[in-house]
Design a protein around this ligand. Sequence first.
Ligand code: ADP
Length: 492
Amino acid sequence: MRYILSLDEGTTSARAALYNQEGRRLAMATVPIPCRYPESGWVEQDAAQIWTAQLDAMRRTLAEIDAQPQEIAAVGITNQRETTVVWDRHTGAPIAPAIVWQCRRTADRCRALAASPDAARITAKTGLVIDAYFSGSKVEWILDHTPGARERAEAGDLLFGNIDTWLIWNLSAGATHVTDPTNASRTMLMDLASGDWDEELLGIFRIPRAMLPRIVPSSGVCGQVAATILGAEIPIAGIAGDQQAALAGQACFRKGLSKNTYGTGCFALLHTGAEMPVSAHRLLGTRAANLGAGAQFAVEGSIFIAGAAVQWLRDKVGLIESAPETEQIALSINDTGGVYLVPAFVGLGAPHWDAAARASFTGMTLATGRTELVRATLESMAYQTRELVQAMEADSGAPLTELRVDGGAAQNNFLMQFQADVLGCRVVRPQDNETTALGAAYLAGLAVGYWSSLAEVESFWKADRVFEPAMPHSQRDALWAGWQAAVARTRA
Ligand code: ADP
């Protein structure tokens, strides 16, 4: 067998990639997927379109290097998390648009739930802050707002899945209805400790158990791609939500290893091994990919706006023409002269969870110009990341020794050096920046013996560049105090 095929279904596109025995990517194809915004705060996609885009990406990737389906040892799947699909078990047709993770349509329901006597128990059981972000309230909404849906669900005629489940069901021509613990832990329906669906949570959201997929290990053969799809059966052997797949793609398989992805937002995950995290600092407890029967956990911090603030500078303010030019602009001065951007454009995520906050620049004087504003925008990603890292350190009781980074904005060398300086910790960027697709490939390849051990896979991980902290303590402390004051002003 020559290849592992990885399917990476993200919010804006479906991708497929082929890897060889050395863990090198040989081909990758991307097919864009549109979003619809039918009402303020609503975000939807067409589930059928997600499937056809993924199929298209898969076929194009094979064609790119003339790979044959018989040469593929296994398929791994990674996906945008929390996005919710409900479909008819008999026809395979979705009964409603897919509700995307960003969609706020169930915010009122979640606010009421957060104020109810059940709230503390839900959080303790699931590891999650009660929010419209997660799938449970989205499934409930579809059953309540699609005529006849609740009766059909109770009769066993409807199926629920996140995008991993939906893709596997289609890949297997309707034979396999499964998910993995990383995805299930984002539904608000799974008991984080036991890794099983929870009757009480199903009762709260009024979701019939018959709709739910079987939870299988993240790494293990769970079904077959039907021969009708590519011309030969291929084992489906890896599943993980995108951020947990990136954690695996960064070879963070053990307690204490962490990664931060700098994309539209930032997602930092710290592997906590077999130990279930209970955050006292408003981070999320979640599952990490498991390579066998034993549960693996992670603590997660999510920042809503990171690279998106750079896009804002480009598209709305017109201060820059492209994201990469921010690196040279920032390096042309030594500091921002006390200017900070707190990018609360859609409120603040972890650890503040302040939906009402809005963005502000603080500390400007008549000397402040474009250069300072651009630099402050980049620096805001580093300060927000330090907030997450500090919360993680406080929860785990152990200082972080190294942060592995990926995502579009991790290509910015100024930002990565500033990140190391502000954290006082080594920041390491790998050669392969497509860690999400890579992680799903690892999980599939390990399951079928294409790679023989975790140690083999770990040996593939190669640093592109290491950023060591170089800033004097006094300067770091002064900058950090300034950031905290800026956040306080913004929230006030
Ligand atoms: P996503 O997967 O969330 O769409 P990506 O990982 O592709 O995001 O990263 C794109 C984001 O990173 C954009 O918001 C962009 O503004 C930002 N970005 C890309 N390159 C740079 C750069 N060199 N410096 C700073 N920000 C960048």
